[in-house]
Design a protein around this ligand. Structure first.
Ligand SMILES: C[S@@+](CC[C@H](N)C(=O)[O-])C[C@H]1O[C@@H](n2cnc3c(N)ncnc32)[C@H](O)[C@@H]1O
Length: 258
């Protein structure tokens, strides 16, 4: 068992290191929550958070929309355990240990009604391309008619637009320098090294390694905007577009017919 206080401290460090990769992280969360509010049409939407980590987006969404239910889905036992210990008392929040690469993963949610939206931040670029296509097809099947996917991630232009690609990266770097002129204390790698060195997290860390959640993370085609757009089109999403953007950091929205 990890105490709530210890878990919250780890999550504060998590949030700080995530911000090192996207200076607008909080603005992106806000844009996604605004969009959920706009799409839901009810005060108690059912929302899936795909690759939730310890629940940073989920808890912010529930602060804004306290009648919502968020199913926070991840395959990493360590961040799931931190989320459960830190936010176990948050009404409407449930953590679900599921691998989004597994066909039929949504059966594990035991849904009683169709979700209004699926949200995600900095997670879906981890998926192999075929798994991304299958994920979007599964979402098209389980979301309610008119439901939405809201995917906040670094999604780059194709190599056919190299200058645009460079410009989008440069915008992020400039914003990073403006907001954090002193840099950041801890990187993603530092955070994981610190977690691995904590005896309280060692077993969870070993289990994470065994699950190989990260195996196809780097260089997956799922880091490209066009791959997502095509996969959403193939899955049957009717309207697809970028709702919010700074450089390559964007919120891609897919709306189902309905
Ligand atoms: C960079 S973290 C982002 C976490 C969180 N969304 C945030 O913004 O803080 C990426 C997350 O995606 C999760 N993830 C990657 N591949 C996954 C998969 N196949 N199934 C479920 N979760 C996955 C990782 O375990 C990790 O928690």
């Amino acid at each position: 068992m990890i105490s709530q206080e210890v878990a919250r401290t780890w999550i504060e460090r998590w949030d700080a290191q995530q911000q090192a990769y996207l200076p607008d992280r909080e603005d992106r969360f806000t844009a996604i929550i605004d969009a959920v509010e706009g799409i839901a049409g009810r005060p108690d939407p059912l929302v899936l958070d795909l690759g939730s980590g310890p629940g940073s987006l989920a808890v912010r969404l529930l602060r804004r929309l306290p009648e919502a239910t968020v199913l926070a889905i991840d395959a990493d036992p360590l961040t799931l355990a931190l989320g459960r210990s830190a936010f176990g008392n948050v009404t409407g929040l449930e953590f679900c240990d599921l691998d989004l690469r597994t066909a039929g993963w949504s059966a594990g949610l035991r849904l009683e009604r169709a979700p209004d939206a699926a949200v995600s931040t900095t997670a879906l670029h981890w998926l192999p391309q075929r798994a991304l296509g299958a994920l979007y097809a599964e979402l098209a099947r389980i979301l309610r008619p008119g439901g939405a996917l809201l995917n906040g991630d670094h999604l780059s232009e194709d190599d056919t637009a190299p200058r645009l690609q460079r410009l989008e990266r440069a915008l992020l770097q400039r914003e990073e320098q403006r907001r954090f002129p002193g840099g950041h204390a801890e990187s993603w790698v530092d955070w994981w090294a610190a977690a691995a060195a904590d005896p309280a997290l060692a077993v969870l860390h070993a289990e994470r390694a065994a699950r190989e959640v990260e195996s196809e993370h780097h260089g997956s085609p799922a880091g490209r905007l066009s791959v997502h757009v095509r996969a959403l089109q193939a899955a049957g999403f009717a309207e697809i577009g970028t709702l919010w953007q700074r450089g390559e950091n964007r919120v891609l929205c897919g709306l189902l017919p309905g």
